[in-house]
Write a protein that binds this ligand. Structure first.
Ligand code: ZN
Length: 184
């Protein structure tokens, strides 16, 4: 299990680099990321959240399968993903993030995302994802761009959450999984 980096940590804001099949320890990293995600009850985890500035994220949206057929069997590794376009209506969904524990807020995003990416075998794909599958991808993709879901909230909401976010960044929270915080 890897510690999850908390909001406030510089790695969450860094530019991420593309990787190749020769990236050292890639298979182990992916395995450890799945283990970390399951242990912390997340449905997605991006490499910057485990302190790696690379273009990689994983998802397992099966906990949502009852609400949305798109989430059924949706377990995937995304390497060097690139959003081609986001289309469809704006859609509000309640998001949370393992790097921002204890905060869940409605975020509005487009309902469909077209993505080019490589899987764990470095085979290229180009696919359109909708519903919860698309939403998890949009959230994880943001991590690769140094963006957190709280950045997408209204200025008022951000102001209201400021104190809570500061506490999280300092580690003044109860959380059931291992985390890394900025130094006080
Ligand atoms: Zn997140």
């Amino acid at each position: 299990m890897l510690p999850v980096v908390a909001i406030g940590h510089p790695t969450l804001r860094k530019k991420t680099e593309e990787i190749g099949p020769d990236y050292p320890g890639l298979k182990d990293l992916i395995d450890n990321m799945f283990e970390t995600m399951y242990a912390s009850k997340g449905v997605g985890l991006a490499a910057p959240q485990v302190n790696k500035s690379i273009r990689l994220f994983i998802v397992d949206a099966r906990p949502y399968a009852e609400d949305d057929l798109c989430a059924k069997d949706f377990v995937k590794v995304f390497i060097n993903p690139k959003i081609i376009q986001e289309t469809g209506e704006m859609w509000v969904f309640n998001e949370g993030c393992l790097s921002v524990p204890g905060i869940n807020e409605d975020v509005s995003r487009r309902s469909e995302v077209e993505l080019e990416y490589m899987d764990e075998n470095f085979v290229s794909h180009r696919e359109v994802f909708k519903g919860i599958a698309g939403r998890v991808i949009q959230h994880e993709y943001d991590h690769l761009e140094g963006v957190l879901f709280v950045d997408r909230l209204s200025p008022l909401k951000k102001t209201l959450l400021k104190g809570k976010v500061t506490k999280i960044s300092k580690g003044e929270i109860d959380v059931s999984y291992r985390m890394t915080f900025i130094k006080k």
